[in-house]
Design a protein around this ligand. Structure first.
Ligand SMILES: [Zn+2]
Length: 234
């Protein structure tokens, strides 16, 4: 067991922890945006329903006007009916009256249906308004939680950054450039433990000589994927 192995294992742990914390820091604001979007969608839904409600009310008003004007017409026709001078005229006025009465009964049905629709739309609006309020409260609560958590994560990250600087001292000067390049490309997965005589990143078997090199604390890069290898049992 070499000191190099355990130092590299520690280095790998720090890199992994930093990666996890960075992802978590990024995740918070993203989740807040998703929740905000839901509240915005509810607001748009309310606008749409309100538009439909206005249209339905307008439609009902128009039909009420038509109904009233027809009623006036029927009243006038009643007068004419009494003054009819012939059977023919009487029948003509009567059939006109019947047609207007029929039209009014259709109008009454339409008005009733529309008023029912107005009620339903009103109910939908209050329901979605409740959902919108809930969503907005959820956003506020979640934002506060994220904000509080971000602070903890940032200080954890700063602490790990200090530990990283310390842990990276194990990398020999002549390998620093290679190491930096590896970190830039692969980040937290730049290091790979060897398990069952194979690199855990690419599964390539390590030669017996490399296994010995690792055990004595030499720095070895995987010949297949280039990761910096270490013996996890160290
Ligand atoms: Zn490999």
């Amino acid at each position: 067991m070499s000191e190099t192995g355990s130092a590299l294992r520690r280095l790998h742990q720090i890199l992994t922890a930093m990666h996890r914390i960075r992802s978590e820091i990024d995740r918070g604001p993203r989740l807040v945006r998703v929740k905000k979007k839901l509240a915005t969608e509810k607001a748009a839904q309310i606008d749409e329903l309100k538009g439909k409600l206005t249209d339905a009310r307008k439609f009902a008003d128009q039909k009420q006007l038509q109904l009233r004007s027809n009623e006036d017409k029927i009243l006038a026709l009643k007068g004419k009916l009494n003054e009819a001078s012939s059977n023919r005229e009487f029948d003509a006025v009567k059939s006109q009256m019947e047609a207007d009465q029929m039209a009014n009964s259709v109008l009454e049905d339409e008005i009733l249906e529309t008023l029912e629709r107005v009620d339903l739309l009103g109910e939908s609006i209050s329901r979605v308004e409740g959902e919108k309020q809930e969503a907005e409260e959820e956003v506020k609560k979640f934002e506060a939680e994220v904000k509080a958590k971000q602070g903890d994560l940032e200080s954890e990250l700063a602490q790990l950054a200090l530990e990283l600087t310390e842990a990276e001292k194990i990398i020999p000067d002549k390998l620093r450039v290679d190491y930096r390049r590896l970190i830039e490309t692969h980040g937290a997965t730049s290091l790979a433990p060897v398990e069952n005589k194979a690199c855990t990143t690419c599964s390539t078997m390590v030669s017996p000589q490399i296994a010995i090199d690792l055990n004595v604390g030499k720095f070895v890069f995987c010949r297949s994927c280039g990761r910096l290898l270490y013996n996890p049992e160290s």
